[in-house]
Design a protein around this ligand. Structure first.
Ligand SMILES: *[C@@H]1O[C@H](CO)[C@@H](O)[C@H](O)[C@H]1NC(C)=O
Ligand SMILES: *[C@@H]1O[C@H](CO)[C@@H](O)[C@H](O)[C@H]1NC(C)=O
Length: 180
């Protein structure tokens, strides 16, 4: 019984982790936001591309062959974007977007190519920008709801696991009493 619950939980946790890189951030106009993204494994990063689906051929930020590529960047993002860590230590390819505007609302996608790999989508973040002076949205970074799925997963696990453990303890105690 408890084995079944444990395996159920790990399946659930797996599903949650796999979908974890779909984030939803709300910010207020004028804030600086960080769209977090981390490239897995350790091969050298060759290409980082942040884009927004509705901007078609224009990118938000493109890093290639050791430098940033201003050609093809949407003019709206000039001098407003940077990588959080230009060294991309530990695969950190998070994007900083300064002074967000209402029309920055959209789905941002991060694609990374590492040595001996193909360019692949690693993060998708939906950014919603509210007009200034609206409730919600803290000073910098905005609200991040990305971990919601994880929290739900953990709660469900706790809800399933706690009765199982308690049940097992009661069962064991019962057995011990029978033996005496
Ligand atoms: C993101 O969250 C906002 C409110 O918090 C909601 O209105 C919106 O539908 C969400 N979008 C996505 C793509 O989950
Ligand atoms: C957003 O609006 C600003 C000014 O109104 C404009 O310069 C910019 O190009 C717009 N950005 C996008 C992505 O359309």
């Amino acid at each position: 019984m408890s084995a079944l619950i444990t395996s159920l939980c790990s399946t659930l946790m797996f599903a949650v982790f796999v979908s974890a890189d779909q984030k939803n951030i709300t910010a207020e106009s004028g804030q600086d936001v960080t769209l977090t993204s981390r490239a897995p494994n350790n091969n050298k990063i060759i290409v980082v591309e942040w884009s927004r689906a509705d901007l078609e051929s224009h990118h938000v930020l493109l890093y290639r062959d050791g430098q940033f590529d201003p050609d093809g960047q949407h003019p709206s993002f000039k001098n407003r974007v940077d990588l959080q860590d230009r060294q991309m230590k530990d695969g950190d390819v998070s994007l900083i977007l300064k002074n967000v505007m209402i029309n920055d609302t959209g789905t941002y996608e991060c694609r990374v190519q590492r040595q001996r790999e193909i360019l692949s989508l690693i993060t998708s973040v939906y950014l919603h920008v509210d007009p200034p002076g609206q409730s919600g949205g803290n000073k910098d970074g905005g609200r991040e709801d990305g971990s919601l799925g994880l929290k739900i997963g953990l709660s469900v696990c706790a809800v399933l696991l706690v009765p199982a453990v308690v049940g097992f303890l009661i069962y064991r105690k019962h057995k011990q009493q029978q033996m005496i």
